[in-house]
Ligand binder design. Structure first.
Ligand code: SF4
Ligand code: SF4
Length: 352
C-alpha cells in the first residue's frame, strides 16, 4: 500500500469533486462504523477569495457517511481581527462561504469553543514546548481527516497539512507562543500613512496619529503579522525576534504533539488547487502561482507536505517569500521523531 498517492484535477468543470472522490477511494479507511470523525479545514478569512470551495468538504462528508461514520467539520478561533476571531464570527464567515450544516450534511463547529476556552494541554517534551495547548476535540472524534489547501505562506513558505494541524488545532495562546518570534518593522520611505495597519491591529500595538508615521508597541505586539500582510505599500517587513528557524521548529513541535494523539486514526489530504502566494487568512485575491494540479493523500502530514512541495517545487514560493528556512520543518520533524517508523505511518488497521 503506498504511503502517498495523487489524483490529478480532471475535467473542465470545477470543482474537481470526482477527482477528490477517486483519491478518497484509494485510502485504507482507519475509521470504524459509528465513529465520529472530525474534518479539520480552513473555510477562508472574511473577504478571502482563495479558499477551497465547500463542495470538497461535502464530498468528504459523503464518503465518510458511506462508511457509516458520523462526520463533523471544525476549525479554531484566530488571533487577528477579521471574520474568525470569535466562534460566532467564524461560523458566520463559514456560512458566508457556503460551509453550512445544511449544505455539508454535518455539524460545523469551532473546536476551541465559543470563548476559546475549550482547550487541553498535550505533552510535548520538545526544545521549545514541553506542552502544547490545543482545542479539546480528541474525545469528540475517534478519527480525523486533515484537509488542507496547499499554497504559499509568508513565514512558513508554504501552508499545508503540517500547518493545518499545528496552527489549526492550536488554542489562541498556543498560536501566540508560535507567533512570538517576529514583529513588524516600518520602512518609512514606502509608508503612505494610510493607517490601515493601526485599523487592523487586534491589540492596539500599531497606532497612528496622522500626519505622523505609525508606531508599533512591541510590548503589545503578538506577532500576528496582519499589519505586515495587509499593508498596501509593502512598507512593513518581518523582523525576527529570534532565529528564523525557531518558528519553523515551533510549528513542527505543535503538529508533532497533536499527531501523537491522532496518528493511526487520521487521513491527510492536500488540495493542490488555486495555488496562491498567501494563506487563506488574508482577505482578497492573492496572486496565483501555479495551475491546478490535483489532490495528494496519505497517512502522515510530513509525507503529504513533502510530496506536495515536490510537485510544485519550492521556487515559486521562494520567489515571493525569500529567505525562509522552510527546510527546517522537514529536518526537524525527523530529528524529533515526528515522522516515526515507516510502519507507524500507515493506519493502525494495517499494523500486525
Ligand atoms: S498600512 Fe502600511 S502604508 Fe499604511 S500606515 Fe501602515 S505601514 Fe504605512
Ligand atoms: S503590530 Fe503586531 S499585533 Fe498589531 S497587527 Fe502588527 S503584528 Fe499583529
Amino acid at each position: 500500500m503506498p504511503n502517498v498517492f495523487f489524483e490529478a484535477a480532471a475535467g473542465k468543470r470545477k470543482p474537481y469533486v470526482d477527482s477528490l472522490r477517486k483519491l478518497l477511494d484509494q485510502f485504507c479507511s482507519p475509521f470504524d462504523s459509528g465513529d465520529s470523525v472530525g474534518i479539520k479545514l480552513h473555510w477562508g478569512e472574511r473577504g478571502n477569495k482563495g479558499y477551497l470551495p465547500c463542495d470538497y468538504a461535502r464530498e468528504i462528508v459523503a464518503w465518510l457517511r458511506a462508511r457509516k461514520v458520523e462526520p463533523f467539520i471544525f476549525d479554531t478561533t484566530v488571533l487577528y481581527s477579521g471574520g474568525r476571531r470569535t466562534a460566532a464570527d467564524s461560523l458566520k464567515t463559514a456560512a458566508d462561504h457556503g460551509y453550512t450544516s445544511d449544505f455539508l450534511k454535518c455539524p460545523v463547529i469551532i473546536a476551541d469553543g465559543a470563548d476559546g476556552r475549550n482547550v487541553v494541554s498535550l505533552p510535548a517534551g520538545y526544545r521549545h514546548f514541553k506542552t502544547v495547548q490545543v482545542a479539546s476535540v480528541f474525545e469528540q472524534a475517534k478519527g480525523f481527516v486533515i484537509f488542507s489547501h496547499f499554497k504559499g505562506h509568508m513565514v512558513s513558505l508554504f501552508g499545508g497539512a503540517i500547518k493545518n494541524i499545528s496552527m489549526g488545532f492550536a488554542s489562541r495562546a498556543q498560536k501566540q507562543r508560535m507567533h512570538a518570534d517576529y514583529h513588524p518593522v516600518l520602512h518609512r520611505k514606502k509608508c503612505s500613512r494610510c493607517g490601515l495597519c493601526a485599523a487592523v491591529c487586534p491589540t492596539g500595538a500599531a497606532r497612528i496619529s496622522k500626519p505622523d508615521y505609525p508606531v508599533y508597541d512591541l510590548a503589545l505586539c503578538i506577532g500576528c503579522a496582519q499589519c505586515i500582510a495587509l499593508c498596501p505599500e509593502l512598507a512593513l517587513e518581518i523582523f525576527w525576534n529570534s532565529d528564523m528557524k525557531d518558528f519553523q521548529e515551533k510549528l513542527v513541535e505543535t503538529a508533532a504533539a497533536v499527531w501523537r494523539k491522532i496518528h493511526g486514526r487520521t487521513i491527510v489530504i492536500n488540495a493542490l488547487l488555486n495555488i496562491v502566494a498567501e494563506c487563506d487568512c488574508l482577505p482578497g485575491a492573492n496572486p496565483r502561482l501555479h495551475p491546478d494540479l490535483g489532490f495528494i493523500g496519505g497517512y502522515h502530514p510530513v509525507e503529504v507536505d513533502e510530496a506536495s512541495l515536490k510537485m510544485t517545487g519550492p521556487a515559486l514560493f521562494e520567489n515571493v517569500h525569500p529567505g525562509i528556512p522552510w527546510r527546517r520543518q522537514f529536518s526537524y520533524a525527523r530529528e524529533i521523531g515526528f515522522l516515526g517508523s515507516p510502519k507507524s505511518r500507515l493506519p493502525k488497521k494495517q499494523h500486525p
